[in-house]
Design a protein around this ligand. Structure first.
Ligand SMILES: [Fe+2]
Length: 401
């Protein structure tokens, strides 16, 4: 875009995917850059702006006409450096995506898959034991945290592709493993390493252990909780902290269970602590917990799409969450998460395979053309490098046939 491009003020209801934002948009407290100047609007970004109460924005006319919508993918934007695969008939099949000479992702990598399944089973048995015996098997939890960290260190992107792991009935166990994984990934991006990283992952794994001590009829109630039931539910952080301490878990880990429902502005529970008073680990776990809860289906609610969940996390930056950690989280997980499917402005359907600094322009792999025909020779494109291609829509948590 050049400086002579025309600017237009557009009401939020008149915005359309493909329009280009002409100025940076900040959160209401001006502390956090939400969307950068030059971002191309997608349906999801427009939805996010509406949610935040934005009434109108200034857009810039695009340099190229609507023909771009009908053009096939230009060859010079397509990176085909030896992509030796076709999409799997089976989820178990090992696939490699080769981009610029390096393997960047193994979707459905059986090893990662097995690590997750094993972790979920172990958490199931640990938490069931808390119900039956009021005992926490800390050693098993530590082993699980350690194997999760090993897998994440090996291939973070494959681990972030967690959409396929969601099962409604097993919510608490899957959620515990997901929170542990997200917590560890953010902590690692923050620069935490070694034993400290494993301990934070352990804290994520056991953050909701106190829920095992809450009356199950309240825990699994599909309808709205009464005030008394809600108070009982809100007791789980302190109960979790207490049982972890009774089982010899160090205070700096047990506090993750106690403080994961606190909020940066001091409006959380149980202690009403602010960001300045909260340990970093609990602040990270809070983001991981909310994001995974939003994107999970429950007996009483549908899952929210990952990019809308990210918009909600961003809109709570500085209120519920630490702004610095929100930035780190969105850079790592992205608005379009790894493994999700997106529609491009030329009608092609692609799968997100890696993130970029520019969170709305990830690395994608084109799967289907604009007639819905599966492409035999699937192409990897870095949207940062392609001026004319952009995402207009995302299909969350859907799988290619
Ligand atoms: Fe919780």
């Amino acid at each position: 875009m050049d400086n002579t491009a025309k600017l237009k003020k557009i009401r939020i209801d008149d915005l359309e995917p493909g329009m280009v934002i002409a100025h940076d948009i900040y959160s209401s407290d001006r502390r956090f850059l939400l969307i950068k100047k030059g971002t191309i609007l997608s349906k999801d970004i427009i939805y996010g702006l509406k949610r935040r109460g934005v009434k109108e924005i200034i857009v810039q006319e695009r340099e190229f006409g609507d023909q771009a919508l009908k053009l096939p993918l230009p060859d010079d934007m397509v990176k085909k450096e030896g992509i030796p695969f076709s999409y799997p008939a089976s989820l178990e099949k090992r696939i490699f995506f080769n981009y610029k000479g390096k393997v960047i992702l193994k979707i459905d990598d059986p090893e990662i898959h097995n690590t997750k399944v094993k972790a979920i089973k172990t958490v199931h048995s640990i938490l069931s034991n808390v119900v039956k015996e009021k005992v926490v098997d800390v050693e098993s939890a530590k082993d699980t945290a350690s194997s999760l960290i090993n897998a994440i260190m090996k291939n973070k992107n494959a681990f972030l592709n967690i959409a396929g792991m969601r099962m409604v009935d097993e919510y608490t166990f899957v959620h515990s493993v997901n929170v542990a994984a997200y917590t560890a990934i953010i902590a690692r991006e923050y620069g935490i390493e070694g034993e400290e990283l494993e301990l934070i992952c352990l804290g994520g794994l056991l953050h909701d252990v106190g829920k095992m001590l809450v009356d199950p009829s309240i825990l699994n109630k599909p309808g709205r909780l009464t005030d008394r039931e809600f108070e009982e539910m809100k007791s789980h952080p302190v109960r979790g902290y207490n049982i972890l301490r009774e089982n010899g878990v160090e205070d700096n880990i047990a506090v993750i269970a106690r403080l994961h429902h606190e909020r940066c502005d001091g409006s959380g529970y149980p202690d009403g602590k602010t960001c300045e008073e909260l340990p970093l680990s609990a602040q990270i776990a809070a983001i991981a917990d909310v994001y995974d809860a939003l994107t999970s289906e429950r007996v009483y609610k549908k899952a929210i799409s990952s990019n809308n969940a990210m918009m909600i996390i961003i809109s709570e930056s500085g209120k519920h969450f630490n702004p610095e950690l929100v930035t780190l989280f969105q850079k790592t997980v992205g608005i379009y998460p790894i493994g999700s499917f997106v529609k491009l402005n030329n009608g092609y359907i692609a799968r997100v395979i890696d993130q970029n600094e520019g969170i709305v322009r990830p690395v994608i792999q084109v799967m289907f053309d604009d007639t819905g025909k599966k492409l035999g020779d699937q192409m990897v494109i870095n949207l940062m490098d392609s001026k004319d291609l952009y995402i207009v829509e995302s299909f969350q948590d859907q799988k290619a046939a």
